[in-house]
Design a protein around this ligand. Structure first.
Ligand code: IMP
Ligand code: MG
Length: 178
C-alpha cells in the first residue's frame, strides 16, 4: 500500500483497488436486480459524485442521472437533523426506478428526509445505495438496499468525502488525524 499522500491522514481504510473491486461487485448486483429496467441514479451533492460516476460506468442496464443538493443545520439545542433541499432535481421522478446514491449514512437524518421527500413524488420504486455505512451512530432507522463498506466510528475523508471541503479527490478512504 502506498504511503498516505497527505500528512493529515492517520490511516487508509480502503485503497483505490479495494474500492474499485467492491463497486464492481455492487454494480453487478444492481444490474441483476434492475434487469429490464432503466435506473434513475440520484446523487446527493457533493459527496456522492465520485462514487456515483464509478458505479454508473459499471452498471450495465440503462441509467439516467440527476443530482440534488442539501443543507443540514443544527437546531437551537445543537442537535443535528434539520435538512433542506438547496438544489432540487432537474427532472421529475414520477414513474421512475430511483436509486438514491449517498456518500455516507451516519445518524440517518439526511437519508430519512430525502426518502420522505422523494417518496412523495410518485417514483415507481425507490431504493438507497450508500458508499459508506457508519451503523454504530445511527439514530433514525433507515433501510439501505446497497452499501459498499461499513466503517468504524471515526471521521473519514476521500473518494468524495470532505473535511472543510478538502480531501474529496483522494482516491482512497482515510481516517484523518484527530
Ligand atoms: P447523517 O444525516 O448523520 O446520516 O449524515 C450524513 C452526512 O454527514 C453525509 O452525507 C456526509 O455529508 C456527512 N458525514 C458524516 N460522517 C462523515 C465523515 O466521516 N466524513 C465526511 N462527511 C461525513
Ligand atoms: Mg452527504
Amino acid at each position: 500500500m502506498n504511503p498516505p499522500a497527505t500528512p493529515n491522514v492517520e490511516k487508509i481504510l480502503f485503497t483505490e483497488e479495494q474500492i474499485a473491486a467492491r463497486i464492481g461487485e455492487l454494480a453487478a448486483k444492481i444490474s441483476r436486480d434492475y434487469q429490464g429496467k432503466t435506473i434513475k441514479l440520484i446523487g446527493v451533492l457533493k459527496g456522492s459524485i465520485f462514487f456515483l460516476t464509478e458505479l454508473a460506468r459499471r452498471i450495465d442496464v440503462p441509467v439516467k442521472i440527476d443530482f440534488l443538493g442539501i443543507s443540514s443545520f443544527s437546531n437551537k439545542s445543537g442537535a443535528p437533523g434539520v435538512v433542506r433541499i438547496a438544489k432540487d432535481l432537474d427532472e421529475s421522478i414520477e414513474g421512475e426506478d430511483v436509486l438514491l446514491v449517498e456518500d455516507i449514512v451516519d445518524t440517518g437524518f439526511t437519508l430519512r428526509y430525502l426518502l420522505q421527500t422523494l417518496a412523495g413524488r410518485a417514483p415507481n420504486s425507490l431504493a438507497v445505495c450508500a458508499f459508506l455505512d457508519r451503523n454504530s451512530r445511527r439514530i433514525v432507522q433507515v433501510r439501505l438496499d446497497y452499501t459498499c463498506f461499513e466503517i468504524p466510528d471515526r471521521f473519514v475523508v476521500g473518494f468524495g468525502l470532505d473535511h472543510n471541503q478538502l480531501y474529496r479527490n483522494l482516491g482512497y478512504v482515510a481516517v484523518l488525524k484527530p
